[in-house]
Structures are given as structure tokens and as C-alpha cells.
Design a protein around this ligand. Structure first.
Ligand code: ADP
Length: 362
């Protein structure tokens, strides 16, 4: 007989919360979705409970995975309600999170808000690093709207290797993992909420990345609680901020800079995306969003400026078609810009140990 929600509840009866209550009876289990042997669900928590509830999450996942007929299980911690006290800033990390075996550098790509081209830039940055001859992976941590499968033109489900590791997909010489491979669009809804940390931590640690020089992590957009915690719990070598030249985006970008400083993640620099528009008909270049804003701002803040990517139809089209420009047109002007940025990022990883400038948001 097909697996039912009641089977999941029954299996989780023996899992106890820190207060002794059974997980099944606690009313905290939400969003159980069962599709062809794949089970996803979430455990509702208050944000401060994240650390104490992690063993419960892991135990629940193991229990579900062991059920007959289950091919994969993904249990997340979720906090849909705002925390009772004003939450961030979270406690400063006193110890660094454990390194990821085999992975030399993790590079986080963040943006102050959505739609600035963070995912497109992450994809082409990963390809640019690969073009330097490095072994590269990309983790799509943007669980609000995973776009790396589309950008890399990848479909299908990753295979399991061993009892609990997933094999990343691979395209254009880059290893790719995304929540988009694991759950359907509808199911992805259950991850919406301020805290989605455990799903990302799993994608980081339960994927057989193998030996990598660099793992690019495409973070969820914004600088809220979730991003802060991910930055804190990921052994990141350095972070890159993508911003459009608009003022608003720059204010948001400043928040991103401050966020990484809060968790002592070195800032490798700022990339200005959609910096100017080149008319495909006449070649005229128009700074439609006020070109140069990010460079000026980065200089003012003492943060490295990594480069400007123009707003160009070709970048949008190749991204939407799963043919990213660095992979499919590596000698083009745009590919060169991304590759130059990748080279700067790679070079700056060595210097990343230096203390970053302190920035105060008024
Ligand atoms: P984010 O990850 O910040 O939400 P995306 O990378 O998904 O943003 O980009 C949003 C949209 O903008 C996509 O349709 C993408 O193709 C397009 N885009 C991103 N960068 C550029 C660019 N430099 N020129 C043209 N279109 C771009």
C-alpha cells in the first residue's frame, strides 16, 4: 500500500523532543509531502531552538528514510512566525563551523534583495573559476527560488551514493546541487519562512562534492535572519555581494556587507550587475541605472570592487536557456568580464584572512 501521512506520524512517535514530548504528538510536524517514495516535511521551531532541535531533525529524517518504500527523505527546521523577541543580531560565532572535507574554499554569493542577478552571476562566476582550471561546484542555497538547474540547463534527480549521500549533477565541468532537484515547486513552498538553515546545511554536508578547489554558494536574497545563520554555520572563505547600481540596491548591499562582518566572514568584494545597457542595434551604451554607483560605494566603504557586468539581452537569453555565456561563448566580451571577476575572487581568497573594514549602517 502507498505510504500515508499516518505512516510518517507513526514512525516519528518514538522520537522525543528535548522536553520529552513525542515529535508526532507535539503538533510541530508540518507540511508532510509524499511523492513516489520521496518524503519531505518540516519541524516548526522558534529560531533560538535551532541548535537543540537539529538532532531531532536528523533522527526524524533517519527514521523516515528507514521506512519501507521511502527512497529519499528531507526534513527541515522551519520558523514561520517571527521570533518573539527582536531576533537578529544573532550571537556571534564563537567557533568556526567545521570545514567541508575535500573542499578548499567556499565562496558565498549574496545580494541585498532579489532580482539583482545574484544567481546568474553565481553561475557565471563558478564557470569562470572552472575556466581558470579549478575544480568547482555550485550549491544553490536560494531555496526561495532555486534557479541553478535552469541556468545550467539541468533536469532530473541526483543519484544517491551510499546510504545518505547525494551525488551532485554536473554540467560544463561544474558540479551542481540545488533544492530544485530534490523537491517539486509546490513542495518548495514548505521551506518558505525565515529559517531554512537545516536544508542548506544538509545540501552542503550530505552531497558527495569530492575534491573541490572552490564551492560557490548562491545564497537566498536578502540579509535577514536566515542568511545570517547560513553565513554563520557555513565554513565560508569569503563572500561576494552582487548589487545593481540603484541606490536602493546599494543600501541593501551595505546591509549585506555589515552582515558578513557580523559573522566574521571576509568580504571579497562587490560586483555591479546590470551596470549599463548596450543597445543591440546601434551599440550605444546607456547607464540606465546610474552606472558606477557600486564602484563608488565600494571605494567609499573600503571594500574591493570586483567588476561591472553590463545589462545585456545576450546574458539574459543564454541564462534562461541554460547556456551560460562563460561556458557557451567563452571568448565573448561578457565571458571575459566574468572570467576577470573570477580571477580577482580567486586571487583575493589568499588575502581573505585580513580583517575587513568595519561598516556602520545608520
Ligand atoms: P537573483 O538571483 O538576484 O534573483 P537572477 O540571477 O535570477 O537574479 O536574475 C534575474 C533576471 O535578470 C533573470 O531573468 C536574468 O536572466 C536577468 N539578468 C541577470 N543579470 C543580467 C545581465 N547582466 N543582463 C541581462 N539580464 C540579466
Amino acid at each position: 500500500m502507498a505510504l500515508q501521512d499516518s505512516d510518517i506520524l507513526k514512525a516519528l512517535e518514538s522520537i522525543a523532543l528535548p522536553d520529552g514530548k513525542s515529535l508526532s504528538a507535539s503538533g510541530r510536524l508540518t507540511g508532510v509531502v509524499i511523492t513516489a517514495g520521496k518524503v519531505t516535511c518540516a519541524i516548526a521551531i522558534d529560531p533560538p531552538e535551532a541548535a537543540t532541535m537539529e538532532p531531532v531533525r536528523a533522527a526524524a529524517e533517519a527514521k523516515i528514510r528507514a521506512l519501507p518504500g521511502v527512497t529519499s527523505a528531507l526534513v527541515g527546521l522551519t520558523a514561520d512566525k517571527a521570533p518573539s523577541k527582536p531576533a537578529p543580531p544573532q550571537p556571534r560565532a564563537t567557533s568556526k563551523p567545521a570545514a567541508l572535507p575535500g573542499v578548499k574554499h567556499i565562496i558565498a554569493v549574496a545580494s541585498g534583495k532579489g532580482g539583482v542577478g545574484k544567481s546568474t552571476t553565481s553561475c557565471n562566476l563558478a564557470l569562470g573559476l572552472a575556466a581558470l582550471g579549478l575544480k568547482v561546484g555550485i550549491l544553490d542555497a536560494d531555496i526561495y527560488g532555486p534557479s541553478q538547474p535552469r541556468l545550467f540547463g539541468l533536469r532530473g534527480k541526483p543519484r544517491m551514493v551510499g546510504p545518505r549521500m547525494l551525488e551532485p549533477m554536473e554540467r560544463y565541468g561544474v558540479k551542481v546541487m540545488s533544492i530544485g532537484f530534490l523537491i517539486d515547486d509546490d513542495a518548495a513552498m514548505i521551506w518558505r519562512g525565515p529559517m531554512v538553515i537545516s536544508a542548506i546545511s544538509q545540501m552542503l554536508r550530505e552531497v558527495a562534492w569530492g575534491e573541490l578547489d572552490a564551492l560557490v554558494v548562491d545564497l537566498p536574497p536578502g540579509t535577514g535572519d536566515a542568511q545570517l545563520t547560513i553565513a554563520q554555520q557555513t565554513p565560508t572563505s569569503g563572500a561576494v555581494i552582487v548589487s545593481t547600481p540603484q541606490d536602493l540596491a546599494l543600501i541593501d548591499a551595505r546591509r549585506g556587507i555589515a552582515m558578513f562582518q557580523k559573522v566574521d566572514v571576509p568580504l571579497l568584494g562587490v560586483i555591479e550587475n546590470m551596470s549599463s545597457f548596450c543597445c543591440p542595434n546601434c551599440g550605444h551604451i546607456s547607464p540606465i541605472f546610474g552606472h558606477g554607483g557600486a564602484r563608488a560605494e565600494a571605494e567609499k566603504l573600503g571594500v574591493p570592487f570586483l567588476g561591472e557586468i553590463p545589462l545585456d539581452m545576450n546574458i539574459r537569453e543564454t541564462s534562461d536557456e541554460g547556456r551560460p555565456v562563460v561556458a557557451t561563448d567563452p571568448d565573448s566580451h561578457h565571458a571575459k568580464i566574468y572570467k576577470d571577476i573570477a580571477a580577482k575572487v580567486w586571487a583575493s581568497l589568499d588575502k581573505a584572512a585580513k580583517p575587513a573594514p568595519r561598516i556602520v549602517i545608520e
